[in-house]
Design a protein around this ligand. Structure first.
Ligand code: GAP
Length: 449
C-alpha cells in the first residue's frame, strides 16, 4: 500500500485534504491525474449502467434531503456503530474491530460500548435549533426511492426499471484508514433496480454476476475478485440478501461493492412515512404492487483504489526496474503522450501541431523535458497506454512512432493516420495491425541502415 500511496501523491493522483494545515482525517483531494481516473471510472459505470441499457435511467438528487427521509428509512435508528474509547489514551474504536477488552494502542482499559450514529448533522437556515437539523446523506439510494414515482410518471416506463445515481455520501466513520478505502466523505455509484415481487431472486443473481464481470472487463484480475455472502445476522436492516464483490486489497480481502436485495422495504416505509403511495400499476396484468429492489452499490474511491492496486507492477527493463500502471485504456488518465525527441525549434513546432490535432479527441499530454527514456518511464508510471515520438525524420516523412506501454513495441505510422490508429488501439486492436503507410518499427535495423 505504501508504494501506491507514494505514487498517488508524487504523480498527482491523491493528496491528503487540507494538507498544509496538517490534513483532516478521512478526507482526500484528487489531483490532476486522479480526477481524470475518477471521471473515467464514473463514465465507464454510467456507460454500462445507463447509456447502454434501455431499462435504467439516471437521476441526480440533492445531498440534503428532508430529515424525515432518514427517520422513515431507518437510518436515524439503525445507522449506528458501537463505539468504545480508551480511558487512558482516549483513542476511539468501532467495538466490532476490537479483539479483547484492551486498547490496541496502549493497552489501556476500554469504556463500555455506546451506540454512535454515523450521519453528519448540519442545519438549514440562520437559526440553529432542533427544527433546522438536516443530515448529509450517508447513501445516495434514498434519492432514488423518494423519486420513484416521479421517474415512473415522467418516463412512462414499465418494470423492471432501474434508477441510477452517482454522488457524494458522508459517514462519520469511527475509524477511517487504508488510504482512500474508508473515508468520511466519499462518492457512491448506486442503482436501484425495481422489479416485480417474485422475480427478485433471479434479478439478484443477475446483478451479482454483472457487477463482478464489470470489474473483470475493466482489467481487474479474476483471481483478485471474490464474492462474499452476508450471513443473515449481519444483514443491513433493509436487506433480505446481500453479496459483496470483494477485492484482494493490500490490507487483505475487503468489500468493493455490495449487491443487496432490499425487498419492498424502502418503498413501503416511504409510503407510510409520506402518506403518498409508492406502488406500481402494471397495465398488462392490471395489478397494483410494491416493487422489490435489487441494489448494486459501489464506491468510486474504493474502485479507484482497486484499479490502481491491480494495475501496479514493477517490471525488469534492461538493467533497471520500470514501474507501470497497466490501466485499461478506458480508465487511463492520459491516453497518449506526444514526445518530440529534442527541443529543436522546428521539431517542437511539428510536435505541437501533432498534439493540437489529437487533443480535441483524447486526453493527451505534451512533454519535451528530459531524455526520451525518462519520459517513457514517467508515462508508464501513470499508465499512459501510448507514447507518440516525433523525431527529425518525422519532419521529412511526416511519420511518427507509436510505442505501446505494455509490450514496449513500436510502430511507425503517418501523422495523418494517428487519430484513427490511436482510436483503434485504445479500443483493443493489436499494435501490429498497421494503417496504410505504417510499418513495424525497429530502431536497431534503422541504425544499421
Ligand atoms: N445503499 C447501500 C450502501 O450504501 P454500503 O455497503 O454501505 O451500502 C456501498 O456502501 C459501497 O460504498 C461500498 O461497497 C463501498 O464501495 C462504498 N463505501 C461505503 N462506505 C464507504 C466509506 N466510508 N469510504 C469509502 N467508500 C465507502
Amino acid at each position: 500500500m505504501d508504494k501506491i500511496v507514494s505514487l498517488a501523491r508524487r504523480r498527482g493522483f491523491v493528496f491528503p485534504s487540507s494538507e498544509i494545515y496538517g490534513g483532516i482525517s478521512g478526507c482526500w483531494d484528487y489531483g490532476p491525474l486522479g480526477i481524470e481516473l475518477r471521471r473515467n471510472i464514473k463514465q465507464a459505470w454510467w456507460q454500462s449502467m445507463v447509456r447502454e441499457r434501455d431499462d435504467i435511467v439516471g437521476i441526480e438528487s440533492s445531498i440534503l434531503m428532508h430529515p424525515q427521509v432518514w427517520v422513515t428509512s431507518g437510518h436515524i435508528e439503525r445507522m449506528v456503530d458501537p463505539l468504545v474509547e480508551c480511558k487512558n489514551c482516549h483513542l476511539r474504536y468501532k467495538a466490532d474491530d476490537i479483539q479483547g477488552t484492551r486498547c490496541p494502542s496502549c493497552g489501556g482499559e476500554l469504556t463500555e460500548a455506546r451506540m454512535f450514529n454515523v450521519m453528519f448533522k448540519t442545519s438549514v437556515g440562520p437559526v440553529e435549533d432542533s427544527a433546522s437539523v438536516v443530515y448529509l446523506r450517508p447513501e445516495t439510494a434514498q434519492g432514488m426511492f423518494v423519486n420513484f414515482d416521479n421517474v415512473v410518471q415522467s418516463t412512462r416506463r414499465k418494470l423492471p426499471l432501474g434508477i441510477a445515481q452517482q454522488g457524494k455520501s458522508f459517514r462519520n466513520e469511527i475509524t477511517t484508514g487504508n488510504f482512500i478505502f474508508r473515508s468520511r466523505e466519499f462518492e457512491q455509484m448506486e442503482m436501484e433496480f425495481f422489479v416485480k415481487p417474485g422475480t427478485d431472486e433471479k434479478w439478484f443473481e443477475y446483478w451479482v454476476q454483472e457487477r463482478h464481470d464489470w470489474f473483470v472487463k475493466l482489467g481487474i484480475k479474476r483471481e483478485h475478485l471474490g464474492l462474499n455472502e452476508h450471513p443473515k445476522e449481519k444483514l443491513a436492516h433493509y436487506a433480505k440478501r446481500c453479496i459483496d464483490v470483494t477485492y484482494l486489497f493490500p490490507h487483505g480481502w475487503a468489500e468493493l461493492e455490495g449487491i443487496a436485495n432490499r425487498t419492498d422495504y424502502d418503498l413501503k416505509q416511504h409510503s407510510r412515512g409520506s402518506g403518498k403511495t409508492l406502488d406500481f400499476y402494471d397495465d398488462e396484468t392490471k395489478e397494483h404492487y410494491t416493487p422489490y429492489v435489487i441494489e448494486p452499490a459501489v464506491g468510486v474511491d474504493r474502485s479507484f483504489l482497486a484499479f490502481m492496486c491491480d494495475a501496479y507492477a514493477e517490471e525488469p527493463d534492461k538493467d533497471e526496474t520500470r514501474v507501470v500502471l497497466h490501466f485499461h485504456p478506458a480508465l487511463a488518465p492520459i491516453k497518449a503522450a506526444i514526445l518530440p525527441l529534442s527541443k529543436k525549434e522546428n521539431l517542437v513546432a511539428f510536435a505541437r501541431d501533432v498534439y493540437a490535432g489529437i487533443r480535441p479527441h483524447f486526453m493527451v499530454q505534451y512533454d519535451d523535458t528530459q531524455s526520451i527514456g525518462r519520459r517513457y518511464r514517467r508515462q508508464d508510471e501513470v499508465g499512459t497506454p501510448y507514447c507518440v515520438t516525433v523525431d527529425f525524420k518525422s519532419l521529412e516523412d511526416k511519420r511518427v512512432t507509436v510505442r505501446e506501454r505494455d509490450s514496449m513495441k513500436q510502430i511507425r505510422i503517418p501523422v495523418a493516420e494517428l487519430r484513427k490508429t490511436l482510436e483503434a488501439k485504445l479500443a483493443g486492436e493489436d499494435l501490429y495491425v498497421l494503417p496504410p503507410g505504417g510499418e513495424i518499427w525497429n530502431p536497431e535495423r534503422e541504425k544499421k541502415g
